[in-house]
Design a protein. Structure first.
Length: 254
């Protein structure tokens, strides 16, 4: 793997959450999400406790509440889908503020919103406390298929390169007086997209040849192979184990 690639979600800090190995945090977040999904939707109080657990993890990692809430905006399309469910899902009607809404639709909307929001929030905490390079190393340690890990690694590494190429092509078009204003300009944009694809493909070939000439055999070396300690796994398991206790209690009471 190459050196760390900073991203907008990552917030560097010295906290117990940042210090945990990446594969421990990935496993913990995955287990937490699975427990949340398995929780009965009727246990509304359980989702409030899950939110408190996420808030406690964010506070431990020194993640501001505003930062976390802004990153939750990514789920707006799911919110829009959930808001339609009370109007389109068939079932016994329930009157809310004078509107006849579907009872099963309301429960379905609540189910999507609560579980989706908690899953996104847990992912934001993970991304805010783990560098992209560390995330890839964590996936590799968790025995994710190496090919998928390498594809993700190259996407992250060369995404900015392709973006810069697009920017240079846009500047070149604008310096020649081109401005896309209608359908008649789509041909120029299509040619630009084709040229960008060819340039990216050729660059990928050159990079691959350079890697092969330096001994690349299909796998990337792991530069940091320190195994996680039992204490670190225990600390990482705190979140999913607490969520599991809440989930079991929810199934017992419903």
């Amino acid at each position: 793997m190459s050196s760390g690639h900073a991203h907008k979600l990552y917030r560097p800090a010295r906290t117990p959450v940042h210090a945990l190995p990446p594969h421990c945090k990935i496993a913990a977040v995955l287990a937490f999400v699975l427990v949340v999904v398995a929780t009965p939707r009727e246990a509304v109080w359980a989702f409030a406790l899950y939110a408190l657990l996420i808030a406690a993890a964010a506070a431990t990692a020194r993640i501001p509440a505003g930062f976390l809430l802004r990153r939750l905006l990514v789920e707006i399309p799911f919110v829009a889908f959930a808001l339609l469910m009370p109007f389109v899902v068939p079932g016994e009607p329930v009157h809310v503020l004078g509107l006849p809404l579907s009872g099963p639709g309301l429960w379905g909307a609540w189910n999507v919103l609560a579980k989706g929001t908690l899953g996104v929030a847990a992912s934001v905490v993970l991304a805010a406390t783990t560098e992209l390079r560390s995330l890839l190393l964590g996936l590799q340690r968790l025995r994710m298929p190496p090919l998928l890990v390498q594809i993700a690694s190259f996407m992250i590494r060369y995404g900015d390169v392709v973006t810069d190429e697009m920017r240079r092509m846009r500047i070149a078009r604008e310096s020649r007086g081109f401005t896309a204003r209608g359908v008649r300009h789509w041909g120029v944009l299509a040619k630009s997209a084709g040229a960008l694809f060819i340039r990216s493909y050729e660059r990928g070939e050159r990079v691959h040849l350079a890697m092969v000439s330096r001994g690349y055999t299909g796998t990337m070396p792991v530069t940091d192979d320190a195994p996680a300690t039992r204490t670190q796994w225990t600390h990482a398991a705190t979140l999913p184990l607490a969520a599991l206790a809440v989930c079991l209690t929810g199934w017992t009471l419903t």
